[in-house]
Design a protein around this ligand. Structure first.
Ligand SMILES: [Zn+2]
Length: 309
């Protein structure tokens, strides 16, 4: 009661500043009260905090007596402002830190395929035709002991590719998604009718030399469309680099070939030979689905990089 004079001084002020100050005082007085209960009275802290408590004592009781008059000086307002800033910062981090973390995660996710996203923004989602080689009665390269068939590992690789391309936002068309035989002209027809942006055929190799190993990517130069040839070469190089990076397999380079599926298609087209079934060591890798997943990831990264350039 003996500090009522100083409180009246505060209540006379009608400006919004004093309203804000009273709110700050309320917050700080609660803080002081808690501090006093836990740590005991501190003369320094009390001398600064009590007037704030008394400033609101007209409507809210702070629960402890103040032995001194309010020192109305700059130090007092600086402490009020400092307390308020601390409160604001604490609230900011509590409320917005989770949002910032989520946003950062989303940005990281977006970085995986920035160009695909940009193309999607224009309503131009690239269409990729994935051609899993062979199928049905056409086994492709194969060995009986131990059992390994090209048609099976091309299909598994193609299915992994579809998954990763879909994750990046590409539209995917498969020439086959089951163990079915599809004639080569039909594969070309599927790609040309869809007006696809890229055609990627997946195969695995075989050689009379059991030591032959590694990855190679073919494109065709048998076309009047110089842009298509250049784009096919660029795509082949991009895919080879990333498959080799993923698998650590030897690179056999980008090569020219006249295979029907990469010659007759109208869009940039490549044929990937992901490894040699005839090489015992590489065949061991190719029978591991995790290794095929690495090849698929490499091919997809190569496709995505092609669109980013
Ligand atoms: Zn093949």
């Amino acid at each position: 009661m003996k500090n009522r004079g100083s409180c009246k001084t505060l209540r006379r002020e009608k400006s919004p500043f004093w309203g804000i100050l009273r709110l700050c005082g309320l917050f700080t007085s609660f803080t002081c009260s808690a501090f006093r209960r836990s740590a005991g009275p501190s003369p320094c802290f009390r001398s600064l905090a009590c007037p704030l408590g008394q400033a609101t004592v007209g409507t809210v009781r702070t629960g402890f007596a103040c032995p001194r008059k309010m020192p109305q000086n700059h130090r007092f307002f600086a402490v009020v402002a400092f307390c308020n800033c601390l409160k604001s910062l604490l609230l900011f981090f509590l409320l917005f830190l989770p949002l910032i973390c989520v946003e950062a995660g989303v940005k990281k996710e977006r970085r995986v395929s920035t160009v695909a996203s940009a193309v999607k923004g224009l309503g131009l989602v690239p269409t990729i035709v994935i051609d899993a080689g062979h199928g049905g009665l056409n086994l492709g390269a194969h060995v009986r002991q131990p059992f390994c068939e090209e048609k099976r590992i091309t299909l598994l690789t193609a299915l992994y590719m579809r998954k990763y391309l879909n994750q990046l936002g590409y539209r995917v068309i498969m020439t086959r998604s089951t163990d079915a035989f599809v004639p080569l002209p039909r594969r070309v027809e599927i790609a040309n009718k869809a007006r696809a942006d890229l055609f990627v055929s997946i195969h695995y190799n075989s050689s009379r030399s059991p030591s032959a190993q590694g990855v190679e990517v073919f494109f065709s130069e048998d076309s009047d469309d110089r842009n298509r040839i250049a784009s096919s070469r660029k795509l082949a190089s991009s895919i080879l680099t990333r498959v080799v990076r993923r698998t650590k397999a030897p690179s056999r380079g980008v090569k020219k070939a006249n295979f029907l599926v990469i010659r007759e298609t109208n869009m940039p087209s490549v044929l990937v030979e992901g490894g040699f079934i005839s090489n015992p060591q590489e065949r061991g890798f190719l029978k591991d689905p995790q290794y095929l997943e690495k090849i698929a990831r490499g091919v997809v990264e190569g496709i995505d990089h092609y669109f980013q350039r």
